[in-house]
Design a protein around this ligand. Structure first.
Ligand code: CMC
Length: 423
């Protein structure tokens, strides 16, 4: 924060005073909302690299220092001491739950975990080779159809219930999508289990309903979900808010968030990283891959490297990198791709191209290796990201609904087409 309370912009013979808004943490923001009225000028910021789209009290990132806070709590402390469900409650409500509140929240999630037959029929209608993210987006859109007529967005309790319902149903949808791809029966979640165990059992249980829960796997997955739970105004969350700003229902807004997450520049990177590591194959090919990533003609990027906001280590990547070694050791998995990943990380971190551009490993760099060790297929990785991100999406949607400054998202453009001409 600075002492600056006002910035002045001079446009020709006009001088405009722009109020400077002060966040609790982070960069001050010049408020340009009156600029057009006073000067006729729009501003241009492709990709919103320097533009705040809203005020939010949920998550804070300091990209230069590699800091990530959910509701003020450092991600490292939450990963060590909390659970995904506690984090989801924290994101939704702003405060950590007491023991009774946590119990009640878990009970609500269990109660809402099942889906009806229309979802099974929808998932069953897709080809076995359909990408899981396409099925996930369609399934959530189906929920929007089911709940649309009965949902009153002016009722705070109904809004909250929709948010909880989405968090509750995501693991069920993910499990069903996995089972459909494998040609397994579309089963129901075991609502006597905790959130993560419920997902694992429904996903992997055998025909006679048996699955041995391994506490190491449950814990590893729980931490991975915590690390993905929110990341302020990223592309998918901004999409959820963009759709939410039109008054669309939360299911429709989150379905849009899922499609935004799918792209390889965003959540789809975790799938792309594993494919890249498999293509590199062995540690001796790492140097070639780094050279290719630097060659602008190759259109190849090191997936899992770089971030719009982090110009330092992604704190989530630091946690995952340590966790990967631990989880693989606990599960007795010896994955040669880990050696390729470690060598690639070392090579890139010492390379001038990556150093100069401040490109560090991001959350997706190691997550795929853990998912693979947990037997989750590569094409389901981004669905796992969506499962983790849902509390963030719905928290932002809830926050937006009561924001007195909320307006429909409607950016301007710089028109570069033909001037008016006759037909
Ligand atoms: N490999 C090689 N070069 C890169 C990479 C990379 N992964 N990322 C950025 N660059 C270069 C880029 O070519 C550009 O170079 P130059 O200045 O010479 O033109 C410079 O670094 C800046 O890149 P940018 O594309 O302008 O940066 P951005 O902030 O628009 O993009 C990014 C951020 C994450 C899309 C990008 O770094 C990227 O494509 N990374 C790989 C995909 C990936 O891992 N995505 C997951 C992001 S973390 C999870 C999430 O939040 O979704």
């Amino acid at each position: 924060m600075s002492d600056l309370n006002q910035a002045t912009l001079t446009a020709g013979d006009k001088s405009v005073a722009l109020p400077v808004l002060k966040p609790t943490l982070g960069n001050d923001c010049a408020d340009i909302s009156k600029l057009t009225k006073e000067t006729g000028l729009f501003t241009y910021d492709s990709g919103f690299t320097a533009t705040a789209s809203c005020k939010s009290a949920i998550t804070y990132i300091d990209g230069d220092k590699g800091v990530l806070l959910y509701r003020g709590y450092p991600i490292e402390q939450l990963a060590e001491k909390s659970s995904f469900i506690e984090v989801a409650y924290l994101l939704l409500n702003g405060e950590r739950p007491g023991a009774d509140q946590l119990k009640a929240f878990e009970a609500e999630l269990s109660k809402e975990a099942t889906v009806d037959d229309s979802i099974n029929a929808l998932i069953g209608s897709f080809g076995k080779d359909a990408h899981p993210m396409a099925i996930l987006a369609a399934s959530i859109a189906q929920l929007s159809a089911k709940y649309h007529n009965s949902l009153d967005l002016n009722d705070a309790a109904q809004r909250y219930q929709a948010a909880v319902r989405l968090i509750a149903k995501l693991p069920t949808l993910a499990a069903l999508i996995y089972r459909h791809g494998k040609g397994l029966n579309l089963n129901a979640p075991d609502t006597s289990l905790d959130y993560v165990s419920r997902f694992l059992k429904q996903t992997f249980e055998s025909a006679d309903g048996k699955y041995d829960l391994n506490p190491n796997i449950v814990k590893a997955l729980d931490v991975l979900l915590i690390l993905h739970a929110d990341h302020e105004q990223n592309a998918s969350t901004s999409t959820v808010r963009g759709v939410g700003s039109t008054g669309a229902n939360p299911y429709a807004s989150v379905a849009a968030g899922v499609t935004a997450l799918w792209g390889p520049a965003h959540g789809g990177a975790n799938e792309a990283v594993l494919k890249m590591l498999e293509e590199i194959g062995t540690a001796d090919k790492v140097e070639d891959a780094v050279a290719k990533a630097k060659d602008k003609n190759s259109h190849f990027r090191l997936m899992g490297f770089g971030h719009r906001v982090y110009k330092n280590f992604d704190p989530r990547a630091k946690i995952i990198s340590v966790m990967t070694q631990k989880v693989l050791a606990e599960l007795g998995v010896n994955d040669p791709l880990l050696e390729v990943a470690v060598k690639l990380e070392q090579a890139a971190l010492q390379d001038d191209y990556f150093v100069a551009r401040k490109l560090y490993p991001n959350v997706d760099f190691y997550s795929g290796i853990i998912y693979k060790a947990l037997q989750i297929p590569t094409e389901l990785f981004t669905v796992m990201f969506a499962l983790g991100r849902t509390p963030g999406w719905v928290s932002h949607w809830l926050e937006q609904q009561t924001d007195p400054e909320m307006k429909i998202v409607r950016p301007r453009q710089i028109y570069t087409g033909s001037p008016v001409r006759d037909y």
